[in-house]
Design a protein around this ligand. Structure first.
Ligand code: UPG
Ligand code: MN
Length: 745
């Protein structure tokens, strides 16, 4: 399997954005000047002065992190034709899909993801798809069973007509792809038949979902007496390609790991570790593709592209995983919720790709199995002869697991004929039990590491620490597309979870700084990890402080922003920064509106989610409460042009406390403006009196918070609930009261 051909299978090119570099450096200089000015000229060393200094120092550090992260972007090109020439045989690949709740993640979405995987352009006898269901749902199982029947027709259809998007939900939401090759009556006929069959499939699943009682008869009696959080392991082979037929279907397995109350299951990380062991027993492929249940394949050649990187003669020794960027389907025009991350991917992800490599993002990624077993890059060649004791201590006491791990570490794989999946099922059930990992290295040095609810970033960090690189793979068409929650409770909860997870990493022994000091994480890669932790988790806290400082200075008629020359520096920074970001958007072919929406949403989501995450982490560190992975609700997209659906771009609210920081900041800014307008500030001020700077910033914040301002007066789900407004009023009042008392002293 090794690549004997010395020709590189992929090429990596670093490119320079000179104009960007100059502007970014200029912005850094302005920030440093501002700090210098504050130290030298503003000498009322009061508490607000100190807080302002702290915040501005932090913003400068943050900007420095952004600058180094985007400084040297890289892009790679993969040569999949060369791959097919240079490897005699393509390696087997195991495909992991996770789902966790049939209500939040409708099975029809999982089914579409699975179908798009089964139809990959890859020899089917080399593929095995493992679906982990943390919801223990007979409905999901039923849906997959039905889907595997449908796949018998769907997969040949896709391959025959070289369909690009092989998820029927997406495929049939557009008009038939008309190309010269398939513009025949026969194609049209088959298209209609397929559409009929798919409609029938989704109808069946809907019907089953609407019958509230679980179908616990026949094949489903394995689900009788099960509860989501209390059930034995359920493993079912839904489809097995026993004869290893080249025109057959990949294997398809359903796995719901054992769950017991009062046992920690480690959320997705735990599920991934079970999938690793179960697949090890059954197919033990040297490569693993991980996808979330909503991430459908958009380019059927993804595996070939990723393998160009991982089988390349250099990549084989140095690269641990090939990561595809996260893109989204059915997106809204002008990105009203700022959730499409186009600029993020274009500049930051590309920047990180130019360093040690992109972060692992949990989905859309092809990993080496060995790497998951904790191997270091330099130990690849000199064999991996772990003693039996070591194997048992690390991987647990199942003889079969030890055997498969040893095989995987040595780089041996099974021939498809060696395995009997049905026999492996019993052993697989044992290694999926709650207790299996006790006293082993699973979750500590082996597999997905426990301790953060952004288990993906943590695993990637541990891999980079060992000295591995990773590569960003950006084929055309886009590799995968997934679901992005809009603006509202779901999106906020997701952002908060990411912020919590990243802070968990920062405040633990896995902190990237230690990775650089004690391990092989490169300094700039460490700064890139610090960038993402800071962006989501730390910086928002300082932003909230700064916003409070604004109000404080207006209420007390004092000023904290620099005057005279200093204000020129601030204005220059603001103007250059805005022009710089606009040009980024325009250069990427996006509109002014998209730019503004992102500017605004960055303020809104960062401050809300980041601040709440910080509180959650404090509670965790004080051992008052623990963090949990709450799953993002996924909606079934109807058509491609959701861009036109009325109200699709409007912000929604619920009672959750995640909205409290923003609502309070808005009310605070509104109140301070009112105080200013009515002239309720103290007339004789000990300081210079608040200046235009503070007022300008305060008005700017109110404009950013426009969706919240509207939310005060709207109806239904578009309205900020009264209870939340009351809480915000209390907090605002407390803050103003505090300002007044400190002023009187
Ligand atoms: O206990 C759990 C919780 C979640 N999941 C699965 O994890 C995936 C991601 O969950 P989702 O709610 O969609 O979270 P996102 O924030 O959208 O996911 C992003 O962030 C996660 C945490 O950082 C990563 O694991 C994901 O791969 C990445 O796409 C889904 O397939 C879930 O079914 C489980 O299997 N078990
Ligand atoms: Mn998701």
């Amino acid at each position: 399997m090794a690549n004997q051909n010395p020709l590189p299978l992929y090429e990596k090119n670093w490119y320079k954005h000179n104009y960007k570099r100059v502007t970014e450096s200029l912005l850094l200089i302005l920030l440093l000047l501002l700090l210098g000015y504050r130290v030298i000229s503003v000498n009322n060393y009061s508490f607000p002065w100190f807080v302002a200094f702290l915040c501005e120092s932090w913003f400068t550090i943050s900007w420095f992190l952004t600058l180094t992260t985007q400084w040297s972007p890289a892009e790679i090109k993969t040569y999949q034709d060369l791959l097919l020439q240079s490897v005699q045989e393509l390696p087997p690949v195991d495909l992991f899909v996770t789902t966790a709740d049939p209500l939040l993640e409708p099975p029809i979405i999982t089914v579409n993801t699975v179908l798009s995987l089964l139809a990959l352009d890859y020899p089917p006898q080399k593929l095995a798809c493992y679906v982990s269901d943390d919801g223990c749902s007979p409905l999901t199982f039923y849906a997959l069973q039905e889907a595997s029947q449908f796949a018998k027709f769907w997969v040949p259809f896709c391959k025959k007509y070289d369909v690009q998007v092989r998820a029927p939900l997406r495929y049939f939401s557009c008009k038939p792809e008309v190309s010269t090759a398939n513009n025949t009556p026969q194609f049209k006929q088959e298209w209609l038949e397929m559409k009929d069959m798919y409609d029938n499939l989704s109808h069946k699943i809907e019907l089953e979902a609407s019958q509230k009682s679980n179908p616990c008869h026949g094949e489903f009696d394995i689900f009788s007496n099960t509860e989501r959080t209390n059930h034995p392991t359920i493993i079912q082979v839904i489809c097995e390609n026993k004869e290893c037929l080249e025109d057959g279907l990949p294997h398809l397995m359903y796995i719901s790991r054992e769950k017991r109350p009062n046992q920690s299951h480690h959320f997705k990380a735990g599920a991934m570790n079970v999938l690793t062991r179960v697949s090890g027993l059954m197919t033990n492929a040297p490569f693993i593709l991980t996808v979330d249940c909503d991430m459908i394949v958009n380019n059927p050649k993804v595996l070939l592209h990723a393998l160009c990187i991982l089988l390349d003669s250099k990549g084989e020794k140095e690269v641990a995983f090939a990561q595809f960027p996260q893109r989204f389907y059915a997106t809204l025009k002008d990105d009203p919720f700022g959730n499409q991350m186009a600029i993020f991917i274009k500049y930051l992800t590309a920047g990180i790709a130019g360093l040690q490599g992109p972060f692992y993002s949990g989905t859309n990624c092809l990993l080496r199995r060995k790497v998951i077993y904790g191997i270091f890059p330099n130990r690849m060649e000199n064999g991996n002869n772990l003693s039996k004791d070591e194997l048992e201590q690390k991987f647990g006491d199942s003889n079969e697991i030890m055997k498969t791990v040893a095989h995987a570490l040595e780089g041996k794989t099974y021939l498809p004929n060696d395995i009997n999946i049905s026999i492996a099922v019993d052993i697989a059930a044992q290694v999926s039990s709650c207790g299996y990992e006790h006293g082993t290295s699973w979750g500590k040095q082996v597999g997905w590491i426990y301790g953060s609810i952004t288990e993906d970033k943590l695993l990637g960090l541990k891999i980079h620490e060992k000295g591995w690189r990773s590569e960003l793979c950006t084929p055309n068409p886009i590799a995968f597309t997934g679901f992005a929650p809009g603006g509202g409770p779901n999106a906020m909860a997701q952002q908060k979870r990411w912020a919590i997870g990243l802070l968990e990493i920062f405040f633990s022994k896995h902190c990237p700084i230690f990775g650089t000091i004690f391990h092989k994480l490169t300094l700039r890669q460490c700064l890139a990890y610090m960038w993402i932790i800071n962006y989501w988790g730390l910086k928002p806290l300082f932003e909230v402080c700064y916003a409070c400082l604004l109000s404080h200075s207006i209420i007390t008629n004092s000023n904290f922003l620099p005057m005279d020359l200093g204000i020129c520096i601030s204005i220059a920074f603001f103007v250059i920064y805005k022009i710089y970001t606009i040009s980024e958007y325009l250069a990427a072919g996006l509109s002014y509106r998209a730019w503004w929406n992102n500017q605004r949403m960055t303020r809104i989501t960062r401050m809300n989610a980041g601040f709440c995450a910080f509180v959650c982490i404090l509670l965790k560190l004080l051992r008052i409460s623990d963090t949990i992975f709450d799953i993002t609700k996924k909606d079934v997209p109807l058509t491609d042009d959701v861009g036109d659906v009325k109200d699709a771009g409007r912000f929604t609210f619920d009672e959750s406390l995640v909205f409290l920081p923003d609502t309070t900041i808005l009310l605070l800014q509104l109140t301070t403006m009112l105080i200013k307008l009515l002239g309720l500030q103290p007339l004789i001020s000990t300081h210079n009196g608040s200046g235009v700077g503070e007022i300008f910033c305060s008005i700017y914040l109110i404009i950013c918070y426009w969706p919240f301002f509207r939310g005060l007066f709207e109806k239904g789900k578009y309205r900020i609930p009264l209870s939340l407004i009351c809480k915000s009023i209390i907090l605002t009042w407390c803050f103003i009261y505090l300002c007044k008392t400190t002023m009187d002293d």
